[in-house]
Design a protein around this ligand. Structure first.
Ligand code: ATP
Ligand code: MG
Length: 333
């Protein structure tokens, strides 16, 4: 039996280009050969969206539609909803016993997210600080071993590995250590540079963006502020248009030539952005089309999530009984 692939997304909005290169592409490859579970992590979404339950509810549907639109095949891949699997919450409570608060405070992704969301000590909830612990429970509780993720998730997978090692050292070799599989392009910047592209930072190009929105967003992309005229030499460093071309241009030789011209002051931002729009539109057009088809089948989409959650729950129950039994906890009332 091949190792199970497990990963997921927070339903905080539609999926974007960062997801595509950071994780979705890898999932599409892996679903051909491996059993896979995708978790729509709605409770984790509440760690930043507790005051916006309606947004989370809508985004569950959006994330499902995005999965189906990019080609996740529900006949092969199990798609589950976190809040329908109470075993994961119980496992998270157990894992919380194995992690120190100091260690969570030092987690670099937690630090970066707190900084970009402006979460100070007073606003920091127990749930937010502890979400890497509950994520470890999601992965382990669903039998995940290979975890395709973007670079921001590496500290969290490391945390999950530490928890598993700690558990095994206390209660016996019961749990498998998960491993991160970082995507083809582990960190895509947002259109304004600086932060990574994120659903919740207002800097994303979404897979579902219509062609005109795509064009508008590409026009806003941060390029080279030192360049005033087309004939000025252009810089590639920190230039988000070229970062996106590196991630999406299917013609590396053409791209190398374009970079040379840009650096020599032979081509303007507008023309480079035009090329990017063409490349992205070719990628997104079929995804948009499939999304529109699934949008017309809301009941079928909901049923897929229901059925997937039932299948995932059977795995979670099984893992939890192994955990309880290793700890010497009673298996039933
Ligand atoms: P939010 O802003 O609400 O946290 P997000 O855009 O960060 O949303 P998540 O649901 O938190 O998306 O992340 C889902 C997966 O996508 C994770 O594996 C994460 O590493 C990956 N990912 C997210 N953003 C990027 C990005 N900009 N580049 C590469 N991978 C990314
Ligand atoms: Mg995130």
């Amino acid at each position: 039996m091949r190792e199970r692939v497990m990963t997921g997304d927070r339903p905080t909005g539609k999926l974007h280009l960062g997801h595509f290169v950071g994780s979705l592409k890898r999932r599409l490859e892996l679903q051909e050969s491996h059993p896979m579970t995708l978790l729509v992590a709605d409770l984790q979404a509440f760690t930043t969206h507790a005051e916006r339950p309606e947004e989370v509810r809508m985004a569950i549907r959006d994330v499902m539609l995005d999965y189906l639109a990019v080609g996740i095949d529900p006949a092969r891949t199990t798609i589950a909803l976190q809040s329908l699997l109470p075993e994961l919450a119980e496992l998270a409570a157990i894992f919380g016993l194995l992690v120190t608060v100091g260690h969570l405070h030092r987690n670099p992704t937690i630090k970066a997210e707190r900084a970009s969301l402006g979460i100070d000590e007073e606003q920091l909830t127990y749930g937010f600080l502890g979400y890497p612990v509950s994520q470890a429970a999601d992965i382990v509780g669903l039998g995940g071993v290979l975890v395709p993720v973007g670079a921001d998730q590496i500290p969290h997978i490391e945390e999950a590995r530490r928890i598993v090692r700690r558990f095994n050292s206390l209660y016996g070799e019961v749990l498998a250590e998960p491993r991160a599989l970082v995507g083809h392009f582990p960190r895509l910047s947002g259109v304004y540079g600086r932060d990574k592209m994120s659903k919740s930072l207002g800097n994303a190009i979404f897979l579902a963006d219509p062609a005109d929105v795509l064009r508008k967003k590409v026009r806003q992309i941060y390029t080279d502020p030192t360049r005033l005229r087309v004939t000025d030499p252009g810089h590639l460093e920190g230039n988000v248009v070229f970062e996106y071309l590196d991630a999406f241009d299917p013609d590396p030789e053409g791209l190398a030539a374009l970079k040379e011209r840009y650096q020599a002051g032979g081509i303007g931002d507008v023309a480079v952005k035009e090329r990017l729009v063409e490349i992205l539109d070719a990628l997104l057009a079929p995804i948009r089309e499939r999304r529109t088809l699934w949008e017309q089948e809301p009941t079928a989409v909901e049923r897929l999530l229901q059925e997937g959650s039932e299948r995932a729950r059977a795995i979670a129950r099984d893992v939890l009984s192994q955990v309880r039994s290793a700890m010497g906890l009673p298996l039933r009332l």
